[in-house]
Design a protein around this ligand. Structure first.
Ligand code: GDP
Ligand code: MG
Length: 789
């Protein structure tokens, strides 16, 4: 509970004081320290200040100040006590004991540049398995983990990577909001030890907001390998922040890091000191003026960040800070002063305030490093340079890239075919077993046709998907994908996009949903929106089973070409949509220029790559066990009922079933594409998830006789594909039209909701309509063109 919530006459014990260092110190000096009992003398709802009695003194606090003090009442302590005791963990006899326990909860926020190893640190501390990747912007949104260490309970939040705390990108805004609203007790600032110059910039921004902080000098192994030397104790002393060398990947130094966090949390680390980074006489003068003005109404200011910070932000004209101050009485005056001083500075220095502040910060950093850092031979960076001369070479870059892409898809399909055949045999065997063991009846039909026929037809593609993800994970983690994005930058510009859009688009081949979330790293709004909207054209792994099935059935002579053609068609349509439609009619100009980062190559650990791959596969299996299983049972049910005379041939029974009726109703729409009602049904069911198209086909063509299939299986043919080809429902042309339609139409439900979350329902609706219309038109063209040959 917060102190401001207590009513007159109530009392409670202080747990902690939130807010920036200066504020905390002042409040604590007034007696509001951990474990002290405070009583409310008078708290009238509309009255400010509130008066309290603490340590036999009467003091008054502003309501906004009292709000920053966390307390625990006897009642809360009581329920806490019983809660704990019932779990049987610790017995707390007195409120003091409860307070002691409560104050051992430490909220830690992980803040750092993209790719500084925050998530690796997070995993090392909490034992989690969050996704680690070697390019910026892997973590979008915050993840929370827990760890108990030396009697302290840590709650660790892994935040998205940022270079600064300005309000330019969604990540920066997110991190700043988290620091202001969720008030972590201690910040762990992850810093790449071998790239201090750039990484420490964020540290200086964090120093400005004066919160308790520890710097984790991550990837210290790289620093050591390069032969460089860093006197981190002195550097930490200069910055007033304790620094701990760690290697997040192997877990080295993590305990020392946690020890330091505890010391800082308990205010007993004497290395902690709040410094002001000198901004040079001109800027300091302006800063002082605004700062003094703000301090005159100190009580009104937000308590999370110090006045000097707000003064800086007012000079910069920072949107977010302005919003925070807007409600204050003297806001117009401050705003005015900020503008005036900023103008003065610009006139005197010939550069804007933001640049001036940044320059001084960089000056401060390079000065501090000059005294504490000795560069090594930079062995690891040289390796990176050598690889880069080939991989990002003007001539060889592209062939290498295309070779890797080809290798990825080749392995996915060709190598994947072997385990695929084994699983297929297993599914067939299981079907045959059930067929033999069970008495005839509805249940048997449900199991063989609905469950095994439907879900079984999808699970066989798991190996292909695993291989695809293995490649994507490896390319991401090693840093190659960032190079691919770099060399693709020029090509992407042709489409009116950036290289930065490229990584999400490649991820889209795996699954569109995380790929759409990964677009958050794209600063420019229009580029981001375009990338999101063309994402469904990337053939995700859910469409793969359909391709493999139909291509196997109807194009056995040149499967590779057709498959490649489908992927290529998707990419062409994406380019067309981006360039010819979106950039031409909706967003003529692109706003933000940006930097393409090239992180150094890092050999991914097998553990990380495999766990990353497994994560995705587990997701696939969950989908199998859930949505796809349910959908195939529903499809089976609809195809089974209403029951007619059993003697009737199977195909006719389907035609008169509910499913047949739905399909028939849609048939006119699909007829011009050469598709019959069965195909229509498969397409309609695929709206939920594209894998369901295959499971639906699996149910619809469940085979006249399973036993007959068992024979044909021995002959070595692919059962479902063979049945499809034999059914005569598709010609080569209509199969092609069907494939094309699947590629383009309605993105699955999960993708639509991801688009809606990221861009709003309006764009999600547009995407549905546009994609489905385009699918019909292109399929129509393909069907009729194919018929000409
Ligand atoms: P984030 O973007 O800040 O969350 O960074 P990640 O945790 O995703 O890590 C980025 C890259 O740095 C990955 O390739 C990690 O394998 C690598 N990495 C993380 N910690 C270390 C470390 O201590 N030493 C080395 N050599 N590499 C590391
Ligand atoms: Mg991360």
């Amino acid at each position: 509970m917060r102190l401001s919530d207590l009513k007159t006459g109530e009392s409670a014990v202080v747990l902690k004081v939130l807010g920036h260092g200066g504020f905390r110190r002042r409040i604590m000096e007034m007696g509001f320290v951990q474990g002290k009992r405070v009583e409310v003398v008078l708290n009238a709802p509309l009255l400010d200040p509130i008066s309290y009695r603490i340590m036999d003194y009467n003091v008054s606090l502003r309501r906004s100040e009292a709000h920053m003090v966390v307390v625990i009442t006897d009642r809360e302590a009581e329920s806490w006590k019983t809660g704990v005791v019932s779990e049987g963990t610790t017995e707390c006899d007195s409120i003091d004991e409860v307070v002691r326990q409560c104050t051992k909860h430490v909220h830690v926020a992980l803040v750092g540049n993209p790719n500084s190893g925050k998530t690796s640190l997070f995993n090392a501390i909490s034992g989690g398995h969050e996704h680690v990747g070697n390019y910026s912007g892997v973590t979008v949104g915050a993840k929370v983990g827990y760890r108990t260490y030396k009697g302290y309970h840590f709650e660790i939040t892994d935040l998205p990577g940022t270079y600064a705390l300005a309000a330019y990108t969604p990540e920066e805004i997110y991190v700043r909001k988290h620091l202001a609203d969720d008030t972590p007790d201690v910040i762990i600032n992850a810093v790449v030890a071998s790239n201090l110059e750039r990484n420490l910039y964020l540290t200086t921004e964090l120093i400005d907001i004066n919160q308790r902080m520890v710097v984790a000098l991550n990837m210290f192994d790289e620093l050591e390998a390069s032969g460089a030397r860093l006197d981190h104790a002195t550097l930490g002393g200069m910055l007033g922040v304790p620094m701990v060398p760690v290697v997040a990947r192997s877990g080295r130094g993590i305990e020392e890091l946690l020890d330091t966090v505890i010391d800082v949390f308990e205010n007993r680390d004497d290395r902690v000191r709040h410094i002001h980074i000198n901004q040079g006489t001109v800027v300091e003068a302006g800063l002082q003026t605004v700062d003094n003005l703000l301090k005159e109404s100190r009580d009104e200011l937000p308590k999370q960040f110090p006045p000097r910070y707000f003064a800086m932000k007012l000079l910069e004209g920072d949107r977010y800070a302005v919003e925070q101050l807007r409600s204050c009485e003297r806001f117009p005056e401050w705003m005015e002063a900020g503008k005036r001083e900023a103008k003065k500075i610009e006139e005197q220095l010939g550069e804007d305030v933001e640049t001036a502040l940044a320059n001084h910060k960089y000056g401060f950093i390079s000065g501090a490093l000059k005294e504490t850092f000795t560069a090594g031979t930079r062995e690891s960076l040289r390796t990176t340079e050598i690889i880069d001369t080939f991989v990002t070479h003007k001539l060889w870059g592209f062939p290498i890239f295309f070779f890797l892409m080809w290798l990825m898809f080749y392995c996915t399909y060709a190598v994947g075919a072997y385990p695929q055949a084994w699983i297929e045999a297993g599914v067939e065997w299981l079907g045959g077993l059930v067929q033999r063991m069970m008495p005839d009846g509805v249940l048997k039909d449900l199991l063989t046709e609905g469950v095994i026929g439907g879900a079984g037809s999808v699970i066989v593609f798991l190996p292909n998907i695993m291989i695809l993800y293995l490649f994507i994970s490896f390319m991401e983690d090693s840093g190659y994908l960032a190079r691919a994005a770099f060399i693709m930058d020029r090509v992407m510009h042709r489409m009116g996009l950036h290289g930065k859009s490229f990584i999400p688009l490649v991820m889209g081949f795996g699954c569109n949903v995380p790929a759409i979330m990964a677009t958050r790293t794209i600063e420019s709004f229009s580029s981001r929106l375009i990338t999101i909207l063309i994402m469904p054209f990337m053939s995700c792994s859910a469409r793969m089973p359909i391709y493999i099935l139909l291509v196997g059935a109807f194009f056995p002579s040149h499967p590779g070409a057709v498959m490649l053609g489908l992927y290529a068609l998707g990419i062409l349509l994406a380019m067309f949509t981006a360039k010819q439609i979106m950039r031409r009619f909706l967003f003529r100009i692109d706003e933000t220029p940006f930097v393409m980062e090239l992180p150094p190559y890092r050999m991914p650990t097998w553990r990380a790559t495999l766990s990353h791959m497994w994560e995705k596969c587990a997701q696939y299996l969950r989908k199998m066990g859930g949505m796809i299983l349910i959908a195939s049972v529903i499809v089976w049910f609809l195809s089974y009922y209403p029951r007619t005379e059993a003697a009737e041939p199977r195909a006719d029974a389907y035609a008169s079933s509910y499913l047949g009726q739905v399909g028939k109703a849609c048939e006119p729409v699909f007829e011009p594409l050469g598709l019959n009602w069965k195909a229509a049904v498969a397409l309609v069911s695929g709206v939920a998830a594209k894998e369901i198209v295959v499971s639906t086909i699996g149910v619809l063509y469940a085979g006249e006789e399973m036993t007959a299939d068992a024979d044909s299986e021995k002959a070595g043919t692919e059962p479902l594909a063979a049945r499809l080809a034999a059914s005569g429902d598709f010609t080569t042309a209509s199969a092609l039209a069907f494939l094309v339609f699947i590629l383009i139409y309605f993105p699955c439900v999960a993708t639509v909701s991801a688009i809606a979350t990221e861009a709003g329902w309006r764009w999600a609706a547009i995407s549905i309509v546009y994609n489905t219309l385009l699918a019909w038109i292109v399929s129509f063209l393909v069907y009729h063109l194919a018929n000409c040959f």
